[in-house]
Design a protein around this ligand. Structure first.
Ligand SMILES: [Zn+2]
Length: 238
């Protein structure tokens, strides 16, 4: 499409990351296609997914396994930025996209993001968390801290220090998120975590970070024995 898009180089860079080189990821990354998006307006997919048409630089369509790029933008943009966006979209492309159907409810899972559809209403959660993880991985691949999704990335970095990188990646690429959910439940409690995700989706990053830090403090207070208890066992603190 343009000399600025170096697809094979981007593919190789991603699978060189130790954590992103499974057979499933390699297969997905070498089958994804790139197509131009004229005038930067989202196609019917954009309307279906986001409910409106708007201009965008690039997006990944999981139904077709295609990354669409805004041609006008690429022609004007700096090559480094085009490469970063390509890596970001390729990481979306290697994430899990599955549909879970239970009576009365359909869930579309995209990486960590989940869209819910019932007869009465639709909803979406963990969108910001998903973008944060995509950009966190993108930053690792490009070897620098981008300004894109910086607050979401900051949050993901904190989360990774608590539950581990592998746990998040596993939930991102697999249709089974139970390990991730169990770890999250263990750490924060189910209610608290959905609350944090909602705050992130609303752009309330400081509040989300505060909730997570508060949960850690509460938990460490709950499990740490008091001085008296330690004395009882002859392990008095000096
Ligand atoms: Zn994205």
């Amino acid at each position: 499409m343009t000399r600025k898009i170096r697809l094979n180089w981007a593919r190789k860079q991603i699978i060189q990351e130790r954590i992103l080189c499974s057979k499933k990821i390699i297969e997905k990354i070498f089958t994804v296609k790139i197509k131009p998006l004229k005038n930067g307006t989202l196609s019917r997919f954009g309307k279906e997914s986001f409910g409106k048409e708007f201009r965008t630089l690039a997006f990944y369509d999981p139904n077709k396994h295609i990354i669409y790029f805004n041609v006008k933008f690429i022609n004007k943009a700096d090559g480094k930025l085009v490469h970063e966006i390509l890596i970001h979209e390729l990481i979306h492309a290697i994430s899990d996209h599955s549909t879970i159907k239970i009576p009365g409810l359909t869930i579309l899972k995209s990486g960590l993001k989940r869209q819910f559809f019932t007869k009465k209403k639709d909803g979406c959660d963990c969108k910001a968390l998903n973008e944060g993880l995509v950009q966190y991985l993108c930053n690792k691949v490009i070897g620098r801290q981008s300004l894109s999704y910086r607050y979401e990335v900051e949050f993901i970095t904190k989360l990774i220090s608590l539950v581990g990188e592998e746990t998040l990646i596993e939930a991102f690429v697999s249709d089974d998120v139970s390990i991730f959910e169990d770890k999250i439940d263990e750490r924060f409690g189910r209610e608290k975590f959905s609350d944090v995700c909602r705050k992130l989706d609303q752009g309330k990053y400081t509040i989300a970070l505060r909730i997570i830090n508060q949960s850690i403090n509460d938990l460490s207070r709950a499990v740490e024995p008091t001085d008296c208890e330690l004395n009882k066992y002859g392990l008095g603190l000096i």
